[in-house]
Design a protein around this ligand. Structure first.
Ligand code: MOS
Length: 701
């Protein structure tokens, strides 16, 4: 495909934008079937133990209450692959906040009152909710998230690190982070005449359908799951969540439609989070900063319900050309909520540590941090020996340096003052793998010259509809307006989730193939189109079955300027710049939105977002948006996102890499490095809140 086809690469406006602005777009909890009921779940109040007795009579006696489901009355479900979904199945409480009952009532107020009136007697047992570097339960898992090997080794790290002229040996600590999408997790479920209809706030409704079918022993054809509009997910809606199982139980139990929207304060506990990590990075180099030894060792936690291992050491395997390198992950299962995906799982916390350590090496070796990265650029994937399909890191760093004005930078820390403020700048690299999976799609040509494309993509706020229409129009070689896109229903051709920055690549490939197949068929057609039009159906099982022999990753460079208030300890970001190399950018308008959104999330991670796991309660203390601080508009300065045009023939027919997550990846490190440049102090624990900054500033004199 060539650049001359206009719809690809143009800033087409969001197709559903107007509907969202005027309130016509309906989210999962905004569907109200006739006779709709409301459900409210009851979380466990002990950190570990079992239910001895559960008293529902008082709740059931309240006006308008229809049912209270418990492990004694709820239907027995088939064991799900994801054990976090096995709710109300037994008396065991694996962590605080685990759901132990569900109240169903005529109104949301009655449901909530009934949930409050459920009395649960527990037999608690001692729990363990504290991660330490010497925790007795630490083990090396078989794989980390994404199926990545838990460990890797090349060369001889110990010997070369011991012999290095310049050594950095540092440990970075991060608390849990929470996804907190604006729209909470919600379902409206309706069981009518042997068919289950669910509106679910999910990143992938095909999987929700298949999961419900398996758990409730229904035929997938008996279930339709819509995820038409989704108010963000950031990974927390990437897999089905307990609310959709509970909602399905409720409608099956009462025979009435039901609405279940999780209260905000339940989200940290039941929809996954970024796991806390303790990361040790060791870098050994010559005086020139050329790295001879690199080790990244990650300690993290999971729950007793399910093993999830944050793959934070994985990016260190491909970033720098160190001939001697070792990475490892160790995990322990605590009596805590289950972690999961959050924007850039693995890469985001891992690159925070690695890119902060790179800055420490730059200071120790006296090499400019941009130059340091250029000196350690590998010519092939150092881990596998494969060539990169394309690797634009150097171009990103160089263009970023020019745009940011890096050449003027005085490397000395702590010397730029404006009254009480200290100013500094920092840089960090970013990377994210190219992921793609099989999808199905249909393409229909109507006699009036219009085209209808169907694929169960999910638009979680990214502009998926818009870019898929562009891909279709380009492949059909027709104007954008001739194309209608249908997404967001499990009745459409099955497609993977909006996750792993793979949506556009996966769905787009299927859409492209369907459209090209249709074009071929139309060419063979003599005379008029039949009245019913022509439809083709394809999938990309074959195309995505084997990966080409290339290391495929997107890259980026982040630059930050900060001011640090020496009186209050407050850090404010003045400028953030990201330059990305992510293949072809298919829509600069929606791509920019993804990049700056990711960078905003990285800013929150650096400065304001943090979560405290209370060791006594075994649950998170900050469970609302008043205590868990996501950046507000006033926190977000001039953010700029740019990109390098990359031609990469080893990706997909559109030539695109993913862009949803990479914006988050290097941002926190760039900000932390800028704080060091401003003040001379190195904070190795996120977020860099005023108390932590001030303590170090005062300690450092
Ligand atoms: Mo993203 S964390 O893969 O939904």
């Amino acid at each position: 495909m060539s650049h001359s086809i206009p719809p690809l690469g143009t800033p087409a406006v969001r197709r559903e934008g107007r509907d969202k602005v005027i309130g016509a777009a309906r989210y999962a909890a905004e569907h109200t079937p006739p006779g709709c009921t409301y459900a409210w779940p009851v979380p466990a109040t002990v950190a570990r133990g079992s239910i001895v007795a559960i008293h529902t009579a008082e709740a059931l006696a309240l006006p308008g209450v229809l049912a209270v489901l418990t492990h004694e009355s709820a239907p027995r479900l088939e064991k799900p692959d994801d054990a976090t979904l096995a709710v109300l199945q037994d008396a065991h409480v694996p962590h605080r906040g685990w759901y132990v009952a569900l109240a169903v009532a005529e109104t949301i107020e009655a449901a909530r009152a009934a949930a409050d009136a459920v009395r649960v007697e527990y037999s608690p047992v001692p729990h363990d909710a504290v991660l330490t570097t010497d925790h007795h339960g630490l083990y090396i898992p078989e794989t980390a998230n994404g199926g990545e090997p838990a460990t890797s080794e090349r060369g001889d790290f110990d010997t070369s690190f011991g012999a290095a002229q310049v050594r950095v040996d540092v440990t970075y600590t991060m608390s849990a982070l929470h996804n907190h999408p604006m729209e909470p997790h919600a379902s409206t479920a309706d069981w009518q005449d042997g068919h289950l209809t669910v509106h679910d706030s999910s990143q992938g409704s095909s999987t929700v359908r298949d999961t419900l079918a398996a758990m409730f022993t229904l035929d997938p054809d008996q279930i339709t799951v819509y995820s038409e509009h989704v108010g963000g997910g950031f990974g927390s809606k990437g897999t089905p969540r307990p609310h959709v199982v509970l909602a399905t139980m409720a409608t099956l139990n009462t025979g009435r439609p039901v609405k279940l929207s999780l209260p905000r304060h339940h989200l940290p506990t039941v929809v996954g989070h970024r796991a806390p990590t303790i990361q040790r990075v060791r870098l050994g180099s010559g005086q020139d900063g050329v790295i001879a030894a690199l080790a990244h060792d990650v300690i993290t936690q999971t729950s007793t319900v399910k093993e999830f291992v944050e793959q934070a050491a994985v990016p260190a395997r491909i970033m720098y050309a160190s001939p001697n390198s070792r990475t490892s992950h160790r995990v322990t299962a605590l009596d805590v909520p289950t972690p999961s995906w959050m924007r850039g799982p693995g890469e985001t916390p891992g690159m925070y540590a690695l890119e902060s350590a790179m800055d420490e090496l730059a200071v120790a070796a006296g090499v400019d941090p941009v130059e340091l990265r250029l000196r350690n650029e590998p010519s092939i994937d150092p881990d596998t020996g494969q060539p990169f399909s394309s690797r634009g890191l150097v171009a990103c760093l160089q263009e970023g340096a020019v745009r940011f004005g890096w050449a003027r930078r005085d490397p000395r820390p702590g010397i730029r003052r404006e009254g009480d403020l200290l100013l500094g700048t920092g840089v960090a690299s970013a990377t994210y793998p190219v992921l793609v999976s099989a999808a199905g799609s249909t393409a229909h040509a109507a006699p009036d010259g219009s085209y209808r494309i169907r694929v169960n993509a999910t638009d979680i706020g990214t502009g998926a509809r818009t870019v898929l229409a562009q891909i279709a129009a380009a492949a059909l070689e027709v104007p954008l307006e001739a194309v209608t896109i249908e997404v967001g229903s499990s009745d459409l051709p099955t497609a993977p989730l909006a996750g792993g920055s793979s949506g556009t690549a996966s769905w787009g490939w299927a859409v492209h193939k369907a459209c090209r197949t249709l074009v071929d068929q139309l060419r063979e057609l003599t005379g008029e189109l039949p009245a019913a039009g022509v439809t083709v159906r394809v999938d990309t099982e074959q195309e995505t079955e084997t990966e080409p022999p290339y290391a495929r990753h997107a890259f980026g460079a982040h630059f930050a300027e900060v001011q640090v208030d020496t009186m209050s300890g407050e850090v404010r970001v003045r400028r953030l710049l990201g330059v990305y190399a992510a293949g072809r950018i298919l829509n600069p308008r929606t791509a920019r939105s993804q990049f700056i959104g990711g960078m905003t999330m990285g800013l929150g991670m650096a400065l304001t977002e943090g979560s405290t796991l209370d060791p006594l309660f075994g649950d998170f203390a900050e469970n609302d948006l008043a205590s868990y601080h996501v950046p507000a508009c006033a926190d977000v300065p001039a953010i700029e996102a740019h990109w390098i045009e990359e031609e990469d023939e080893h990706l997909n027919p559109m030539g695109s890499k993913g862009i949803g997550e990479i914006g988050t990846v290097g941002t926190a490190a760039a900000i932390g490095n800028a704080v060091h440049h401003a003040t001379g102090i190195r904070l190795r624990e996120l977020p860099m809140t005023p108390d932590r900054v001030l303590r170090q500033l005062l300690g450092a004199g």
